[in-house]
Design a protein around this ligand. Structure first.
Ligand code: HEM
Length: 412
């Protein structure tokens, strides 16, 4: 159990997000938080956080909050520091990222990419995902052991999203490298070295994408990137900067969380001791297993929002315009008011949706794709390697936001 101190009356919680006992198993701390104060001021972070399922779900949809604040106030008004010059290229990519925008800019971009991600479109990828899963397993099935993240979990989603966009699959190692270096920014207080490295990765990634976009303009193809280049909304096309940002976001978001979720799911299932043949007996059983893995071992535990005005919440929390709040998706998924015995992995439970893909305006556009990948890849993996087991206790990454494994060594 991590060192956690809770002042129930003042609703103040102190917990070190870098404490291995916390990030390895945040569910134990979440249980304490749910029992004592699911809306709390996190001392180390100096802001309010919310853990309750209903409230997290409602705040994700609440239009008084946004992922962006500079569309309603200036830095001066809010006392925000100036942008850091050494993050220029990183910020340039974020500036047009769907994830960081609010309407109307968000609506325009989201409408343009949305069509490619609706379930009907995504369903067509089924044979591709199945075939790729088998091909990857073929490459190590006779070895008797594998490090699953490198040899399977990382390759599958990046290959699928690169193919969808029309980016050469040979670029996958570079895409993974740029993406890993950029997402290190999404931890609490990244170091100067992390910032410099993320900026360099952003510059190289953007350069690469500008080259690909120029090529697609010369030679259009039947892919998502060409669609984004040629689509118009209200007579307007996406600018080059918007195209670069959106493509980078889709490539990064398109694999980072899915990689961790494949790893988390395999570890959870193996440690549960439940027979895989039952968990994946039918499509319905598989879907329930996948959703329970998403609930119990979610890959993304926290997202932030800005208060877009002064707000008084029913919980008696007063927020000033520009204040940030933290929404604990991983904690909402184990709220005992919503899920019975929430800290147990029970794939037969059917108690409603988890919030691992968020909710509202920014609800994960890739959810149908991620779900299809998980619903196909996991049963194939367990059917092909029925004797696989953990070689050792996998190390969890030291990054509270991204709950994933350093590596996942399996033997059979
Ligand atoms: C298990 C896998 C995944 C999980 C758990 C996940 C989770 C999330 C969550 C929680 C958000 C909302 C963030 C917020 O409200 O601030 C989000 C947004 C987003 N995700 Fe995913 N995601 C996954 C896979 C994917 C995939 C495969 C793609 C790509 C194709 C993708 C693309 C996006 C994009 C573009 C957004 C921004 C949407 C917007 O702001 O309108 N995600 N994701």
């Amino acid at each position: 159990m991590p060192a956690i101190s809770i002042d129930r009356t003042l609703r103040r919680v102190s917990i070190d997000a870098r404490d291995p006992a916390f990030y390895r198993d945040p569910l134990a701390a979440y249980a304490e938080i749910h029992a004592q104060c699911p809306a709390f001021f996190w001392e180390e972070r100096q802001q309010w956080y919310f853990a309750g399922y209903d409230l997290v779900n409602a705040l994700l949809r609440d239009r008084r909050f946004g992922r962006q604040i500079l569309h309603v106030a200036t830095r001066d008004e809010l006392g925000l520091p100036l942008p850091k010059p050494h993050l220029k290229d990183f910020d340039a990519l974020e500036a047009h990222s769907l994830l960081e925008l609010e309407p109307p800019a968000h609506t325009r971009l989201r409408t343009l990419v949305n069509r490619a991600f609706v379930s009907r479109q995504i369903e067509q990828l089924r044979p591709d995902i199945e075939q790729l899963s088998h091909a990857l397993i073929d490459s190590f099935a006779d070895d008797g052991e594998v490090e699953l993240l490198k040899s399977f979990a990382e390759t599958l989603p990046v290959t699928i999203i690169a193919r969808m966009l029309g980016i050469p699959v040979e670029a996958a190692p570079d895409l993974l490298d740029w993406s890993h270096r950029m997402v290190r920014m999404y931890v609490f207080n990244p170091s100067y070295e992390t910032e410099l490295d993320a900026n360099q990765a952003s510059a190289d990634f953007a350069d690469y994408l500008r080259g690909i976009i120029a090529e697609k303009c010369r030679t259009p193809a039947d892919d998502l990137l060409t669609h984004m280049i040629t689509s118009e909304k209200d007579g307007e096309r996406l600018s080059e900067a918007e195209l670069v940002s959106t493509t980078a976001l889709l490539l990064n978001a398109g694999h980072e969380a899915t990689v961790h979720q494949i790893g988390n799911a395999v570890k959870t299932i193996l440690q549960s001791g439940l027979p895989a043949k039952d968990l994946f007996a039918t499509e319905t059983a598989t879907a329930l297993t996948v959703e329970e893995c998403l609930r119990f071992a979610a890959p993304l535990h926290i997202f932030q929002r800005y208060a877009l005005s002064d707000i008084e919440l029913d919980e008696g929390v007063t927020l000033r315009k520009g204040d940030k709040i933290g929404l604990l998706l991983g904690a909402a998924n184990v709220d005992p008011k919503k899920f019975t015995g929430p800290n147990a992995f029970r794939p037969t439970r059917d108690e409603g949706a988890n919030v691992s893909f968020g909710a509202g305006l920014h609800f994960c556009i890739g959810a149908p794709l991620a779900r299809l990948e998980l619903n196909l890849a996991l049963p194939i993996l367990f059917q092909r390697l029925p004797n696989m087991r953990l070689k050792n206790e996998p190390e969890v990454k030291d990054a509270f936001h991204f709950h994933g494994l350093e590596r996942l060594d399996l033997v059979w």
